[in-house]
Design a protein around this ligand. Structure first.
Ligand code: FES
Length: 101
């Protein structure tokens, strides 16, 4: 069972193979911003890959539409489109900003 580690919350979530990061986070009560409920429309659910990027599915066309071709610079993914296949560590950027205030 793969594990998603979400920072800055310090939460480790056991996932079903192929579950989205967004679904796993919601199940664990971790607040990932959304306006579309996980349908790849709003682009608000971005997470930054800190480690284990090979544990996520490849970027799909919806992610490329929202994120452009900058993944290799930003390491940002749409959590609602990133499916978990192995252990990965992610940062929820908006949560990090709120925590600094
Ligand atoms: S939740 Fe809206 S794009 Fe992912």
């Amino acid at each position: 069972m793969p594990v998603v580690q979400l920072e800055p919350f310090g939460v480790a979530i056991f996932c079903e193979e192929g579950e989205t990061v967004f679904a796993a986070a919601r199940r664990a009560g971790v607040p990932i911003p959304t306006a579309c409920g996980g349908r790849a429309r709003c682009g608000l659910c971005r997470v930054k890959v800190l480690a284990g990027e090979e544990g996520l599915s490849a970027l799909n066309s919806d992610e490329r539409r929202h994120l452009g071709n900058t993944y290799y610079l930003t390491r940002l993914r749409l959590s609602c489109q990133a499916h978990v296949h192995a252990d990965v560590t992610l940062l929820v950027p908006d949560a990090a900003r709120r925590k600094k205030r």
